[in-house]
Design a protein around this ligand. Structure first.
Ligand code: ZN
Length: 147
């Protein structure tokens, strides 16, 4: 199977059966995102444990790319620290804007978004969930340090 077909299948699969879809209640942080260019809407709820995103869910309505990207993102960031998420976001952003051919980190299934770089109009669809995640984390109470 060609890599492109594999990527397409991952996108289709995550659009058809999005992972971590729904809403966490109670949540430690949340944010809403909107991509007016396409009409994608996203609501993200997070549960935090110290510096880590312990759990997260998303809901909303959007195109296949925005839904698949949000689904892939929730899988990729669950259990990760803020710093790890910031690094991951950098890599994904570079992938989406094709500013790098080969990502320096192992992006796993997020590599399926590589094809989006060929369609500049869809980049915002794929990055909406990441912007929303950043907004939620910025708004979240800072972790208490005991050091
Ligand atoms: Zn879209």
């Amino acid at each position: 199977m060609e890599l492109k077909e594999l990527y397409r299948d991952v996108i289709l699969d995550h659009n058809r059966s999005p992972r971590n879809f729904g809403r966490l209640e109670p949540a430690d942080a949340q944010a809403a995102g909107h991509n007016p260019l396409c009409g994608d809407k996203l609501n993200l709820t997070l549960r935090l444990q110290g510096d880590r995103v312990q759990d997260l869910r998303f809901e909303g309505q959007g195109c296949a790319i925005s839904t698949a990207s949000a689904s892939l993102m929730t899988e990729a960031v669950k259990g990760r620290s803020r710093e790890q998420i910031a690094r991951l976001y950098k890599e994904v952003h570079a992938l989406l804007t094709a500013s790098t051919e080969v990502p320096s980190a192992d992006l796993g299934k997020l590599m399926a978004l590589a094809g989006v770089a060929e369609f500049p109009a869809r980049v915002k669809c794929a990055s909406l969930c990441w912007h929303t995640l950043n907004a939620a984390l910025e708004r979240a109470p800072a972790p208490v340090s005991t050091e």
